[in-house]
Design a protein around this ligand. Structure first.
Ligand code: M6R
Length: 605
């Protein structure tokens, strides 16, 4: 969570560059933002509560505010600006908790992403030394810790010492009033350096697209590494080994994906509609790569499939698909729960990680645990330049394209498609799998039309004011019921819960009263009869049954038709729920692209 963007170079509009860079990173957090700008040994700071996306930099505004960008006269002078878009972890959403954070005399200023786990201990120690704090954040403690070391050490050495004392994950960029250095350090949270065309110009950001308008030359900072930019040059230091290191500049072949909403009012609905194409791209995944991973699964002594949130639900579907199609048992775990499986790992185990962003801290930590045991790592990711992709042994890109809305939609169905292909490939049927997915993509193309949306809108209008709703499924559609609940919760803020159809009678059925909406996911598979009886049990207690199914069944009060796609039913069943969630969000006047309390990429544990 949290986006970092910093600039070092000669461009006179450094704060503007940082504000624009932060706008690209807003998906990482959008409750408040701030920038700091260094000019003539003075540091100016500007912070605001709210989203940065609507903000246009205005020189006059900055002159009368805490930042003056009119002060720099010498066009050759180096300009340094650091910025941050926040997703609150420590302390509420207030201006004083927004970054950058600084010491009392604004001597040291920094932006930070991650969690400083032992900050309270360190804060108490610093308070005894006379440091005063003005925010509730862990970040402010880092600034003071560095300042404390600066009493006896250089700025650079003070950061090295501070990094040894910080427990947890971090990425930060720091500046000091009387220093010409811009120093960054990383452990667990992403930080990438963009090397400007003039080579004496640098960008430091949480994600590449933020600086892609300026350069495609990047240096990936790895964990426990620090970069020092000074006098137009960059150096690197390994914090673990305690020595200087060399790092390579990589030219990346990444187009700036200018995700624009086009004719759509929101990214979420645009991305839902893009599934007409994205599924085709997933079906065209490199067959040799799929076969290679299938062989790894076949020879592994235990395969674990790991993800979080929606990606976690996709992994759960994978468990069912491998069982039904490949007759193979694989073990699912959420990233945050994976450490409990570590006792079963050997160097013959295989781990498959599923992630849109490739930056989810819980999944990355699961990879760390697995790597310690010598486990081979396969990742199925959308962001190919992500940390996960870089630390994996094999990467299957899902090619869904930039997904901007916080609620995952097109990445989800592409991940499901790749897992379906893998399950078929494990059974020697990759061509059959591809054909199934190509047919499914074609049927989704026909399904996604304005009439279909209009039909679901009728339902959305009917249920928009309910307090709770439930979703039931069986087999591979049980995890889809869980995923449907996440979609509804995220953007509509309606209390929604997913259940395995057979579990209702063991307790949750007590929640059903007159007209409680219950969505039943009814595929034409071996679970059909049972899930229909579960729907009937709900109806008998007054529930309003919304059936998502290829066929209309008597028990349904409202039928949403989906194509009959056999093993690909999880892919088609989630799409109408994505549309319904979006429509409920709009009807309830929520922002479906940036829902409250969330961030697109969850880089804290
Ligand atoms: O980037 P990842 O796929 O690893 O993200 C995992 C979850 O944080 C993510 O799926 C989250 O649940 C989405 N907001 C769901 O729409």
């Amino acid at each position: 969570m949290c986006g970092i963007f910093s600039y070092y170079g000669k461009k006179h509009n450094a704060p503007e560059i940082v504000v624009e860079g932060l706008k690209c990173l807003e998906y990482r957090g959008y409750d408040s933002w701030g920038i700091a700008y260094k000019s003539n040994d003075k540091i100016f700071i500007h912070k605001k509560v709210g989203k940065i996306s609507d903000y246009t930099i205005n020189k006059d505004h900055f002159r009368s505010s805490e930042i003056s960008i009119g002060e720099v006269e010498d066009p050759n002078e180096i300009k340094i600006s650091i910025g941050h878009s926040r997703w609150a972890t420590h302390g509420g959403v207030t201006k004083s908790n927004a970054h950058p954070h600084f010491t009392e005399d604004k001597d040291i200023v920094l932006v930070h992403n991650g969690i400083f786990e032992n900050y309270l201990e360190v804060k108490a120690f610093l308070q005894k030394k006379g440091h005063n704090f003005h925010s509730d954040t862990d970040t402010e403690v880092i600034a003071h810790l560095i300042a404390e070391h600066c009493k006896t050490h250089s700025f650079e050495d003070s950061i090295k010492l501070a990094c040894k004392e910080i427990e947890g994950r971090y990425a930060f960029v720091a500046i000091k009033k009387d220093s010409k250095q811009l120093i960054s350090a990383r452990k667990g949270s992403p930080l990438i350096i963009g090397v400007g065309k003039n080579e004496d110009e640098y960008y430091v950001a949480s994600d590449i697209p933020a600086f892609l308008p300026y350069t495609n030359k990047v240096i990936y900072l790895d964990d426990n590494q620090m970069s020092i930019i000074e006098d137009g040059k960059i150096r690197f230091y390994d914090l673990e080994k305690g020595k200087d290191i060399e790092k390579r500049i990589i030219e990346i072949d990444l187009d700036i994906e200018h995700a624009e909403k086009g004719e759509f009012p929101h990214f979420m609905i645009k991305e839902i509609m893009e599934q007409k194409d994205t599924l085709h791209r997933a079906c065209n995944a490199n067959s040799e790569l799929i076969e290679q991973v299938a062989n790894e699964i076949k020879k592994a002594f235990g395969t674990y499939i790991v993800g979080c949130g929606t990606a976690g639900k996709v992994c759960m579907v994978g468990e069912y698909l491998f069982s039904a199609i490949a007759k193979k048992h694989i073990n699912f775990s959420f990233g945050s729960e994976f450490s409990c499986h570590k006792h079963f790992l050997t160097d013959k185990s295989l781990m498959i990680c599923v992630s849109q962003s490739g930056e989810t801290a819980d999944t990355l930590e699961a990879i760390e645990i697995a790597k310690e045991k010598g486990v081979k790592i396969v990742s199925i990711v959308n962001v190919e330049s992500s940390t996960m992709a870089r630390i994996s042994d094999i990467v299957i890109p899902i090619k869904a394209g930039l997904e901007k809305a916080v609620a995952s939609t097109k990445a989800t169905t592409s991940q499901l498609a790749i897992l379906t292909l893998l399950a078929y490939a494990c059974n020697g049927g990759i061509h059959e799998g591809k054909q199934l997915l190509i047919d499914t993509a074609g049927q989704i193309n026909d399904m996604l039309n304005p009439r279909y949306e209009g039909y679901i809108m009728e339902l959305a209008k009917r249920i928009k004011d309910v307090e709770s709703m439930y979703i039931i499924g069986r087999g591979s559609n049980y995890p889809i019921a869980l995923e449907a609940a996440i979609k509804l919760q995220e953007v509509s803020y309606i209390h929604a819960e997913g259940f395995a159809g057979g579990e209702l009678k063991h307790g949750p059925i007590a929640l059903i009263s007159e007209n409680t909406p219950v969505i039943a996911l009814v595929a034409n598979d071996e679970c059909k009869k049972e899930i229909l009886s579960n729907a009937m049990e709900v109806k008998s207690r007054g529930g309003y049954i919304i059936g998502v199914s290829p066929d209309n069944h008597e028990v349904f009060d409202y039928w949403i038709k989906v194509p009959d796609t056999g093993d690909a039913s999880p892919i088609v069943n989630i799409i109408p729920i994505q549309i319904l969630s979006y429509q409920l969000a709009v009807l309830r006047k929520n922002d479906p692209d940036q829902p409250r309390n969330l961030a697109k990429s969850v880089t804290v544990k």
